[in-house]
Design a protein around this ligand. Sequence first.
Ligand SMILES: Nc1nc2c(ncn2[C@@H]2O[C@H](COP(=O)(O)OP(=O)(O)OP(=O)(O)O)[C@@H](O)[C@H]2O)c(=O)[nH]1
Ligand SMILES: [Mg+2]
Length: 411
Amino acid sequence: MSCVILQIGQCGNQVGQQFWSLVDNSLIRHGYSTDDADNCFTLTNPSNNQRYYRSINIDTENKVINSLFANNNKFLKFNFRPCNVITEKCGRGNNWAMGYYQGRLSHRDDIFERTMQEMRKEVERGETFKGCAIFHSVSGGTGSGVSSRLVELIRDEYAKECLISFAVTPFENGDTPLQDYNSLLALSKIHFHSDAVVLISMISNNKPASATTSTFNDLNKMIAECIAGLTFPINDYENNYLNEIMLEKIAKTFNTDYANKFVSCNSTSQQFKNWGDGVETLLNQLETFNKNENATQENFKLKQLLMIGRGNLQLNKEPLTKSFINKILTNYFQSRRSTMPISLLQSEGSSTSLTMAFQSNISKIYLEKIFKNSLEKFAVGAYVHWYERYEATVEDFHSAFKYIQNLLSYM
Ligand SMILES: Nc1nc2c(ncn2[C@@H]2O[C@H](COP(=O)(O)OP(=O)(O)OP(=O)(O)O)[C@@H](O)[C@H]2O)c(=O)[nH]1
Ligand SMILES: [Mg+2]
């Protein structure tokens, strides 16, 4: 695949660590050799035989990355390239403007210049470059603001390669009063420049009393499984074919129309007896998720579905086929389901998992919520000066409102 992963901010780096642990452990279980891994997510340096993850770790403070790296020897098999670790000492205080403009910070633009410089070098290290994925939150100052600026710079420099964002949305209650503004400002920029934005929603509406790194671990494992389910390469032994460019596949499936670039995703790797059970597990997960997003089964609408099955493709002598998936979905949605396109990819291996990525009205419900919450605050001028302090202007808000409102009218 030859892609580069950018991990941005605390959330992006913590999710990234779980993702690399899956690359270490299950890429091989999914039937790939270490050379295959090298074609996709890692690179071996021939001079010292060290294998490096193809990632760039970016954070505006070094605490999180330092503590992750302190544990890496226990946790991960390979190495992060030291020059690809880009940190500063001043977090962006949950403020999009502070991340995007860097405001009055002395190292103006530094983090962007350094990231793009290392990105160029990383791209040149591989034989081909097909695109990149970014992991980030949309409510932290770094995750929202630095990511917004980076997608502009990446798109400017790599106009044709694909760019997929894995954007973690916040708990509905309990993060910061700026979270809706940050999400609105970030998603308008990131949606514009990316081929697809995979919205990764917090599973529960309410933030646990103490959402510490360790409580995030389980959540991050689930998030990493979704990302791995979508991005790990597809093996087709019959045709001796290795699809190295899953990011391109995601872009082709979902970037068919500007209004359809928001994607949701869920995945299961629990033991299931047959593929039917796997599909049912995903649909049950969806039910819980929809409840949290205030979508009832009645108003939930699927528009486009990409299903990826990995493992024993004849599980219990019952192959996973499009018509089989269609039958289960029709049964589940009954008359409410229109005929929506289904893409199916399958990959033979010894470890079983099923992942689905889909466009649905859940993204619209989520966007409407942040739009409405932000507009209510903006109408009374709440917190706007916190952004103006770091060079943002009301124009930034106006253009984000306009962009999202226009998008909503097409969704
Ligand atoms: N799923 C998940 N969410 C996280 C994690 N860490 C933080 N968050 C969420 O991310 C949002 C805050 O973003 P962070 O990533 O902490 O912030 P940041 O990007 O480092 O930005 P600043 O610290 O403001 O500079 C909140 O909604 C948190 O609940 C994590 O490891 N996993
Ligand atoms: Mg931070």
